[in-house]
Ligand binder design. Structure first.
Ligand code: NAP
Length: 344
């Protein structure tokens, strides 16, 4: 029987999500990879329970996380039932719909039909009556945005979600989503974009996505701050067995080329100079901007998670460090979500 650590709220930092009333942990755990049927349940459970002991109150899911799709929600549903029964009100649990989930015309995209059916399926797999945040996982240019945002409002009004969010929408699409949400009386709580030292799209453009979020008081939960593991010591000496790159999944081998690895090595040297690991510096770096609420990390072991959370011990940067980092924090064309969302 799991008993949460009594001191779990002592060392975590909580940041207000935009201009809402909701605090989120500066570091949250996502179950995209490593929490499907291919991974031992005991390891998954160890990581999640350690996260909670470290004060991580926010666990992020989506309908399609696994693999196979749906299995991460089932797995976390089991933890909720067996270990976390008394902790529901201490947790912020999010899920999403937007990518390919089931066959036929209603299992993908941004339609009302898909989003609400998917949310019901997620609740079933999780064994929950509601999730805290329900996201439109991506902008769908074949569906009127009013329909997608309207479905998010129904999710909230019907009590299936407490808050609504959007993920990977460009600055322009985010402004459009805001206009519709304002009109229909929905508060959009949070945006979930990719962001890391090797993928800086949310800083770019006039206005940038970060500008839009800051002005509108919407929180930013930024995902893949470690660039799926590239911004760690994982690939400094080749591709280790069992790593995400070795599994030929979303971390494509071609991302680990001479140019990107030379930047990673230089960043690793700067991190060492700061007395922290590259993973820790990568997390601290995304959190340097107050418009970023949370760094949303993944982990395949408890050790990785503990290492990442220790980023909170040293979040400050000198101007000189930031300037040195800028020389190597250069986009590496690794934003695999752009073509299906933020570029539209
Ligand atoms: P990430 O934190 O950039 O990468 C996690 C991977 O980095 C781990 O699986 C592990 O790789 C490695 N790692 C983690 N901590 C480490 C450490 N301290 N030292 C060395 N290596 C370390 O994030 P991500 O897993 O790509 O994404 C995080 C979460 O963001 C997802 O779970 C999901 O919730 C969310 N997300 C959302 C979207 C969206 O469209 N909204 C898309 C992607 C992700 P190995 O597995 O190789 O050990």
């Amino acid at each position: 029987m799991y008993v949460p650590a009594p001191e779990r709220y002592d060392s975590m930092t909580y940041r207000r999500c935009g201009r809402s009333g909701l605090d989120l942990p500066a570091i949250a755990l996502g179950l995209w990879q490593n929490f499907g049927e291919a991974n031992p349940y005991e390891t998954q459970r160890d990581i999640v329970l350690r996260a909670i002991d470290l004060g991580i109150t926010h666990i992020d899911l989506a309908n399609n996380y696994g693999p196979p799709p749906g299995s991460a929600e089932r797995s976390f549903g089991r933890m909720l039932a067996e270990d976390l029964r008394g902790l529901r009100d201490e947790l912020v649990i999010s899920t999403k719909a937007g990518y390919d989930m089931w066959p036929g015309p209603y299992g993908n995209g941004g339609s009302r039909k898909y989003l609400l059916a998917s949310l019901d399926q997620s609740l079933e797999r999780l064994g929950l009556g509601y999730v805290d945040i329900f996201y439109s996982h991506r902008f769908d240019d074949t569906t009127p945005l009013r329909e997608t945002i309207g479905a998010l409002k129904t999710a909230v009004d019907s009590g299936r979600a407490l808050y609504a969010g959007i993920s990977s929408y460009s600055a322009q699409r985010t402004l459009e989503a805001f206009a519709i949400a304002d009109e229909i009386g929905l508060d959009l709580l949070v945006h979930q974009p990719s962001y890391s030292m090797l993928n800086r799209w949310i800083e770019q453009g006039e206005p940038s996505l970060l500008d839009v979020l800051g002005e509108r008081g919407m929180g930013a939960v930024v995902f893949s701050p470690l660039a799926q593991g590239m911004l760690t010591d994982r690939y400094l000496d080749g591709i280790p067995e069992g790593s995400r790159a070795a599994r030929q999944g979303p971390l494509r081998e071609e991302f680990l080329n001479d140019e990107s690895l030379s930047h990673v090595r230089a960043l690793n040297d700067i991190a060492e100079g700061r007395g922290q690991t590259l993973a820790q510096m990568a997390i601290a770096w995304v959190l340097r901007d107050p418009r970023v609420t949370t760094a949303l990390v993944g982990a395949s072991s408890v050790t990785q998670l503990e290492n990442s959370v220790a980023a909170l011990d040293h979040l400050e940067f000198t101007e000189e460090e930031l300037a040195r980092i800028d020389e190597h924090a250069v986009d590496q064309d690794i934003n695999i979500w752009a073509a299906r969302s933020s570029d539209l």
